[in-house]
Design a protein around this ligand. Structure first.
Ligand code: NAD
Length: 495
């Protein structure tokens, strides 16, 4: 069995740990390789490599760093088909979706090519007589990035292009479930001209994560994953004096007002509920239907679900498998629970006929109506192709429901009433809002992040906030003396 190594100082690194984990092809249900699980000492080697690379890299001109980002952008764009194949192989998402993930990641690389502009400071002349004040932004040092399984390329790309362009060096710990994309991108950056040691990849589980969180030479931690782990990351990294941003889980609601275009709503609910088999932190998992809109909407959603094909991502299907057998069984368990809790399973994805191997981790699109809000089907993040419908009497009841959720990642309103949409964007306690847009992932030059249990820390991913996160500001007060400035004065200068 092939073993996937770490990537440290620009080369494969085996480390001392003998622990490994299996990596599956979820559409075939078979192990395709093993991945190394780093020990604390292995992580220390990667951090040391990043620390050694930092002085030269942070001193490299903005022009050179920019050129490397341009070269990386061109290579990534030219070879995105190869990367998409890796994503489909290890994650299971269909090829078109894998290419979509890469396209969203490329946006951040493109943003990073403008780093000379993004890092510009400010300058105030003559704040006092002959005194000027200006600010400069400097990199932090070694930054840690820990990413989840569901976007093996895009989530690392949310962080490392800006971190690197800003002059930091990186230790990236991708998900051990689909780890190859991270190493592939690190190799590509080397080809683009990135000096060795600037981007290092360590694979691993909790031991490697804890080693990053507690290492004294790691300046910051950027994390994306489930809420309980995000909270743990935030607290542990902060206790160890690090700057930290930890993006957590989600339960995204789509509020449908009676005046909405129900064909557009049905298309959007199906796309946002079942794309990537529901394994998206911005997936819509609850349709909140106001008044009797559900009666007309559910048949439209059901009709569209009937046309969805499930199967091996390389075969042009709409939806692939789930990431592991355990996860598939867990998600299927929620369908059983919905029945027990008195909801109505309108479309049942269990036992779906998939275009793929019998052992693939299949679960078909599932629609559940009248889900009680007391049920764990409503309360938990399911992270699979399960769309719930909750009926409410009014706009106010719908917004109250959304605002009562512990999560606050994304939400959407579907309506043709501009006043209602404007009121919604003001009143809802969620970080990313769609108005007739079901998955409102901001473009690369805005920042991505939720509220409440969907983001621990105060800084979102990519966009302007990431430049702030990956740099520290210095304010310089400067005076060039001439003889007229002599004399003693113990007070603050007044003018
Ligand atoms: P996860 O929390 O299980 O794993 C995320 C990372 O944490 C992985 O690298 C994993 O190796 C590591 N990890 C796992 N257990 C750990 C532990 N006990 N201690 C320390 N580290 C640990 O998440 P996942 O299943 O890989 O990804 C799915 C989750 O990520 C969902 O909850 C989804 O909503 C969330 N997510 C959120 C966003 C966002 O932007 N808010 C984006 C993508 C995914």
């Amino acid at each position: 069995m092939t073993i996937l190594d770490h990537w440290v100082s620009g080369a494969a690194f085996t480390g001392e740990s003998t622990r490994t984990a299996p990596v599956y092809n979820p559409a075939q249900g078979v192990v395709t390789k093993d991945v190394r699980l780093a020990s604390t000492d292995d992580v220390a080697v990667a951090v040391a490599a990043a620390a050694a690379a930092f002085p030269a890299w942070s001193g490299t001109s903005l022009a050179k760093r920019q050129q490397i980002m341009f070269a990386f952008r061109e290579l990534l764009n030219a070879r995105k088909g190869d990367l998409a194949a890796i994503l489909t192989n290890e994650h299971g998402k269909v090829t078109s979706d894998a290419l979509g993930e890469i396209a969203r990641g490329l946006e951040v690389v493109e943003l990073a090519t403008s780093i000379p502009n993004l890092m510009k400071g400010e300058y105030s002349e003559s704040v006092s007589t002959g005194v000027d004040v200006y600010s400069i932004r400097q990199p932090l040092g070694v930054v840690g990035i820990i990413s989840p399984f569901n976007f093996p390329a895009m989530v690392p790309l949310w962080f490392f292009p800006i971190a690197i362009a800003a002059g930091n060096t990186v230790v990236l710990k991708p998900s051990e479930k689909d780890p190859s994309a991270a190493v592939w991108m690190a190799r590509l950056l080397q080809e683009a001209g990135l000096p060795d040691g600037v981007l290092n990849v360590v694979h691993g589980d909790k031991e490697s994560v804890d080693a990053i969180l507690t290492h004294p030479d790691v300046a910051s931690v950027s994390f994306v994953g489930s809420t309980p782990i995000a909270k743990y990351i935030y607290e542990t990294a902060a206790q160890h004096g690090k700057r930290v941003q930890a993006l957590g889980g989600a339960k995204n609601h789509m509020l449908v007002l009676p005046d909405a275009d129900l064909d557009l709503v049905a298309d959007s609910a199906v796309n946002a509920g079942f794309g990537s088999a529901g394994e998206r932190c911005m997936a819509i998992s609850v349709v909140v239907a106001v008044g009797d809109v559900a009666d007309a909407l559910i048949p439209k959603i059901t009709e569209r679900m009937g046309g969805l094909t499930v199967g091996d991502g390389t075969r042009g299907c709409d939806m692939g498998p789930l990431i592991t057998r355990e996860h598939r069984d867990k998600v299927a368990g929620y369908i059983e629970l919905a029945e027990r809790d008195g909801a109505r399973v309108v479309v049942d994805g269990r036992g779906v006929a998939a275009d793929g191997a019998a052992d693939g981790f299949w679960l078909g699109p599932t629609l559940i109506d009248a889900v009680p809000t007391s049920s764990d089907v409503y309360r938990h993040e399911i992270f699979g192709p399960v769309l719930s419908v909750v009926r409410v009497a009014s706009y106010e009841e719908g917004v109250a429901l959304i605002n009562a959720s512990p999560f606050g990642n994304g939400t959407a309103i579907f309506t043709n009433d501009g006043g209602a949409a404007r009121r919604f964007q003001t009143e809802v306690t969620v970080g990313m809002i769609g108005i007739n847009v079901p998955i409102p992932v901001p473009v690369g030059y805005y920042s991505f992040g939720g509220w409440k249990a969907s983001l621990f820390g105060d800084t979102k991913a990519y966009g302007p906030q990431s430049v702030h996160f990956f740099t520290r500001e210095k304010a310089v007060t400067s005076r060039w003396l001439d003889p007229s400035h002599g004399g003693i004065n113990l007070g603050f200068p007044q003018n």
